[in-house]
Design a protein around this ligand. Structure first.
Ligand code: ARG
Length: 118
């Protein structure tokens, strides 16, 4: 994050990089994941350079409230309590992924795959 110097304005995002596939550290120690990709797109679109601050999940809302960062992306869901302190965007991810099986293979649960692999 931010190795290249540029004249671009900086968009500061806070995250807690302990929640793959949304945010985690790769082998090199970089923060990667779905939220990072999306945040980079947003920053690009606005003409800003993204800067990521990694912190404890419990500190994210406070970092935003005190103005240390511009936004939080951390796989965070909305709760009544959080909504009292910060504003939430529209939902950008909803999970509905599933395993799929061959038709007529009669697989009702994962264990049924045993003995039926190709
Ligand atoms: N969606 C859950 C929440 O809002 C868990 C998020 C955890 N995120 C993280 N980066 N550890 O509480």
């Amino acid at each position: 994050q931010g190795e290249e110097s540029s004249d671009k304005k900086v968009l500061k995002m806070a995250t807690s990089a302990d929640f793959p596939p949304f945010e985690s550290h790769n082998e090199k120690g970089d923060i990667v994941g779905f939220d990072v990709d999306l945040a980079n797109k947003i920053a690009d679109k606005l003409g800003y350079q993204l800067e990521i601050q990694d912190m404890k999940f419990d500190g994210l809302v406070g970092a935003l409230q005190s103005g240390r960062v511009d936004m939080v992306m951390s796989g965070m869901s909305t709760t009544e309590k959080r909504r009292k302190n910060v504003d939430f965007s529209k939902q950008y991810h909803r999970s509905g992924e599933m395993f799929i099986y061959k038709k007529d293979a009669d697989i009702k649960k994962l264990e049924d795959l045993k003995g039926k692999t190709v």
